[in-house]
Design a protein around this ligand. Sequence first.
Ligand code: HEM
Length: 505
Amino acid sequence: MAFSGLMSVQSLKLGLLPIVSYFIYVYLLKPALNFVHIVIHYHGFPCYPKNFLLGHLKLLWTNFPLPYNVERMKRKFYEVTNKMAAHDQDQSLTVGWISLHPIIIPVVPDAVEVIMNKKNLKKQFFYKFMGLGNGLIPSEPALWKVRRKLIEPFFSTKQMKGFAKHINQEVESFTKQLYGETGKPVDLEDQIHSSTLNIILKSSLSIPLDDSIEDKKSLTELVNKVELNGVKRCLNPLYYIDWIAKFTNFGRYYFETLDSVEKILKKMLIRRKQLISSTSHESENQDFVLLLEGKVDERGFFDELITMIGAGHETTSVGLRWILFNLGHHPDVQERLYQEIVQFFPDDTPVDDMDKINQCNYLDQCIKESLRLNPPVHALSRDLTEDIMVKDKRLLKGSIVVVSISIIHRNPNVYPEPDKYDPDRWTPENASKIPKAAYIPFGYGPRSCIGYRYAILELKIYTIQIIRKFSLRSTRKHGSIPVMSAVTLKPCLPLEIIVTPRNNN
Ligand code: HEM
């Protein structure tokens, strides 16, 4: 008996050995070997001078090894990636080293095109920290494919025509408020943020523009917190794993903030139901709830709704602030734009006719140029799921790629005097010479922005309404505004403008 018991322990041990070895190989040895392979492979690729062990980390973490300052790092990220790209401007790409970890940074449009056009690229793990669950932006390729198809009709031409109406309605009341802001330098950050949030809540949840004011105020504050929390989480590995993060004060705060967002949205959904059941409420558009109802489970619905609301207003808000700031520096551009606008939209004519909006060519050029110079989203990141050749260089499966939109948008070989705001770069003749992947404010490839037509429409309606009523003058020098990398590229100083009613001139 004892002998056979011993045998069974022995055979159990023998049986377990291959299983344990398998797990050691799959979860420890293979990743370690892959990592070593990747590090060796990228050794010798073009890169900005680096430290042997720390790589470029010290450029970001300037007081290493003392605890790093999150705010300083957010500012440094933009500065450092630009420095690296400028150093290797004649190459297709450069490599940033976070200690021993290589990050591939394409420097020229051709490299962006080859990489970003690939199907099934995976988003980097820190997209998950943006508070969007498994929504369209962070989702894995298989889920993304199904959901993208489901959501695309939300942005159809018919829908856009309906959206134009309530966008215009909101922008009209926003513009009226500007009369209270005249004659002094103002950064309209809060006003614009609330206004763009109001618009996306009307489009996605059919919440009327003048309804649920207190909830909208709380939501604006929460959205700001979610963005800041997301960046803080990315910058501290202690917060990477959910259950470990929850042991920390920050982790608890992070998840509580997300819960609060969901609570407010649930409240708004109840309000929507009340409004729909009352006979007076009629929606001219199919809202997001109607689109997804019965097609995704409850978790999926919330993830997509939060994604749509989050992605659909903060980006436009930052973009508009820069547009106004850029126009405020160029009275000549403003005058030309004003003349075009009043030709199509004189006096108080509503700005909701898509055909007429699309005929404002100079408006299009002014907005395009602002999104080039100051892209609201400044970086995209991907994990390669296969080897890719960029010219003569092989990028390995498993590598991390970061595309800095700002670097691509300021390539002097494509954009002479890249720091200059010049809408004439976008005349049809000039624009035809700009490679497609050299202009990527809305990303590039299959995962580019699903809401870009909506965003452009919104930016155009704001610009038309504001410029036909006010002239703008910016009080700070453009180049003196430092920026920091949050989810959007935010100015660190107020983008102050002085708004003057035109009928006072
Ligand atoms: C000026 C405004 C906007 C800018 C600059 C912008 C920029 C971008 C960029 C760069 C991406 C690609 C992200 C990546 O590749 O990782 C993206 C994706 C996305 N954007 Fe926008 N966006 C804007 C407005 C909007 C609006 C108004 C909406 C919705 C109403 C929206 C919804 C989305 C969604 C859902 C995705 C994910 C698409 C996918 O992966 O299929 N965006 N956006």
